[in-house]
Design a protein. Structure first.
Length: 207
């Protein structure tokens, strides 16, 4: 009998001890966000950063925006769709700048090529005259002929050729004031053509 009582008391003691331990035990809840990789959050941040990043404007584009606040460089530019051969693209320039933009609902196309020296610049211009426009037409110096359907101006210095094309006639004085107001560039050639008109040689060495 005594042995049974001892066993009973021992069993009760074990049960009470187990209950006390269970009540004092703190259960730690693990935050899965702290354990799992945060790749999703980082990806969203990077994506937002890319969307908000602004494309760096070229010096010429900055000039255009400063002078014409309403101007934009949107993709829907009619001159993008035309087929036009620009020979200087193939003639070893050292730097090229190109912009399509719209001003007052008129499409424009700006191109600039820089060359290592005057020999390469003039050579590129002469080669361009040998195959000018979509029809690869040959044009002689001071020849008053149609070069292309669009209006354009070409400036040629010792180291640079600049082309400005438009679907409508171009006010040369206005654009020279915008593009070259801070420059003292000496031009070897300067030619202009109205839309569907004839080339006018405003300046050439043979004058």
């Amino acid at each position: 009998m005594t042995g049974l009582l001892k066993k009973a008391f021992l069993l009760i003691f074990v049960v009470l001890l187990w209950s006390a331990c269970s009540e004092n035990t703190e259960v730690e809840i693990i935050n899965m966000d702290e354990v799992l990789p945060q790749s999703a959050g980082n990806y969203d941040y990077d994506e937002d950063t890319l969307e908000n990043a602004q494309v760096e404007l070229s010096p010429t584009q900055k000039k255009l925006i400063q002078n014409f606040p309403g101007l934009n460089f949107e993709e829907e530019n009619k001159l993008r769709k035309r087929k036009m051969l620009f020979m200087p693209d193939r003639l070893g320039y050292t730097k090229k700048e190109e912009s399509y933009f719209i001003k007052d609902s008129v499409s424009f196309h700006y191109l600039s090529w820089k060359f290592a020296d005057s020999v390469k610049t003039i050579s590129a211009f002469y080669n361009w005259l040998d195959c000018f426009g979509a029809q690869c037409k040959s044009i002689r110096i001071n020849e008053e002929t149609n070069g292309s359907k669009e209006a354009f101006i070409i400036w040629v210095s010792d180291s640079q050729i600049i082309y400005l094309g438009s679907e409508k006639n171009i006010n040369r004085a206005q654009w020279e004031n915008v593009l070259f107001s801070t420059d003292n560039t000496e031009w070897n050639f300067k030619i202009q053509q109205a839309k569907r008109g004839r080339i006018t040689w405003l300046f050439s060495p043979s004058e």
